[in-house]
Design a binder for this molecule. Sequence first.
Ligand code: ADE
Length: 228
Amino acid sequence: MRIDIISVVPKLMESFFAHSILKRGQEAGHVEVVLHDLRDYSLSKQRQVDDYAFGGGAGMVMSVEPIARCIRHLQSERHYDEIIYMTPDGETFNQQTANQLSLQGNLLFLCGHYKGVDQRVRDMFITKEISIGDYVLSGGELAAAVCADAIIRLIPGVLNDETSALTDSFQDNLLAPPVYTRPAEFEGVGIPPVLLSGHEAKINEWRFEQSIERTKTRRPDLYQKSGL
Ligand code: ADE
């Protein structure tokens, strides 16, 4: 998979993709993440990428020309399965969307800033609009990083243990069960004995029950969706 991200502050995202699982995924050739500085596509000497809003009002609007130039340049090199605009008024991101996007070949993310992008960008180029939640960030960079992380870890081979993404919270509309590691007793507090039993079927049964219990109490909305 290839993920391109267009931003006015690409440096903000560099270190995020240069560590841990995301770094390994790239080194192993499962995914390539390429950051693009929108200012490189500006038509002005000052590398300006925004302007005042027609009709007045506070806040700048990201101009259509640099974004169009950047997207068209990238499109001339490859086809994008989705061109995604990160915006608080997009559809709310969830595990199902992450699963769907992880099956694509090339994704292009556009990070919004200021009061957002000129509507013509959205009308002419964007195929999907994603929000990561009902709150407003200073820019779309963190949101794009969140989506890219959730997507990349689902690409087969990126995680060491291929099954571990399948047992993540939300994969079957259930939250993940509690986990424990050594020591088996800490300051007098032990762990559920079944986990020391070595009995795989019983352990799986216990984990499933815990998942159900957690989902029922913490996320009754998800529990309903699980159909259990
Ligand atoms: N840009 C600003 N806020 C955002 C949000 N909640 N989700 C996606 N992009 C954003």
